[in-house]
Design a protein around this ligand. Structure first.
Ligand SMILES: Cc1cc2nc3c(=O)[nH]c(=O)nc-3n(C[C@H](O)[C@H](O)[C@H](O)COP(=O)(O)O)c2cc1C
Length: 184
């Protein structure tokens, strides 16, 4: 497999993939959306089951209604677009893994295409039920998150209960050989 001439530039961009919550009002261009949906389509999944369906939401009223499911996702109301990830509902554990993989690909793809994205989570049963009702998703399917997309105005967490930024150092999260052991 060819090594990209600009692999380090891509890695540097991946390192800067952050949760974007505030966006310019500009729409996401059709070709950019299609690139992202192609990235999503080619995500690997358990037994290649491809257990997903993607609902592209640009309707302002639907975005507003989804944003009201939980206070921590109220920023979704002003986003130009969201991709709601619908899963078959056949296998909770493997589909949760597959959902994480496809989400991360969308977030990385968005960053590489000059956009920003953020996860919006509506996992409590009543929130999920309402999300499915808003978008006409069959009740037996799973739909508890969206990747919200747009051109970000900031990558800061503007919410009153903002998460602590940054990441743990490698020394805290990596072992060598045995759990808890440092490099010889
Ligand atoms: C399972 C999951 C649920 C999340 N739910 C929300 C959410 O409801 N609202 C929100 O603003 N961010 C949500 N996030 C985004 C996280 O807050 C974000 O990934 C984390 O704070 C790291 O942000 P950073 O990459 O900008 O440092 C969620 C992320 C994950 C993985």
């Amino acid at each position: 497999m060819a090594t990209l001439a600009n692999a380090h530039a891509v890695i540097e961009e991946m390192r800067h993939v952050r949760q974007a919550r505030l966006y310019r009002p500009d729409p996401v261009p059709e070709d950019v959306l299609n690139d992202l949906l192609e990235i999503a389509r080619w995500t690997g999944s358990s037994r290649n089951s491809q257990p997903w369906h993607f609902v592209v939401v640009t309707d302002k009223e639907h975005l507003r209604q989804l944003s009201q499911l939980r206070t921590p996702i109220n920023w979704m109301a002003d986003a130009p677009l969201a991709i709601v990830i619908v899963l078959n509902g056949a296998s909770e554990m493997s589909e949760a893994y597959d959902e994480g993989r496809v989400t991360e690909r969308l977030l990385i793809g968005a960053r590489l295409l000059g956009l920003g994205g953020g996860t919006a989570w509506f996992a409590a049963p009543e929130e999920e039920r309402r999300a499915k009702e808003i978008l006409g998703i069959p009740a037996e399917r799973t739909a508890h998150s969206a990747v919200v997309l747009g051109y970000p105005t900031t990558l800061k967490d503007h919410r009153p209960n903002a998460n602590t930024p940054g990441r743990k150092p490698l020394s805290e999260i990596v072992s060598h050989g045995q759990f808890g052991a440092s490099k010889a």
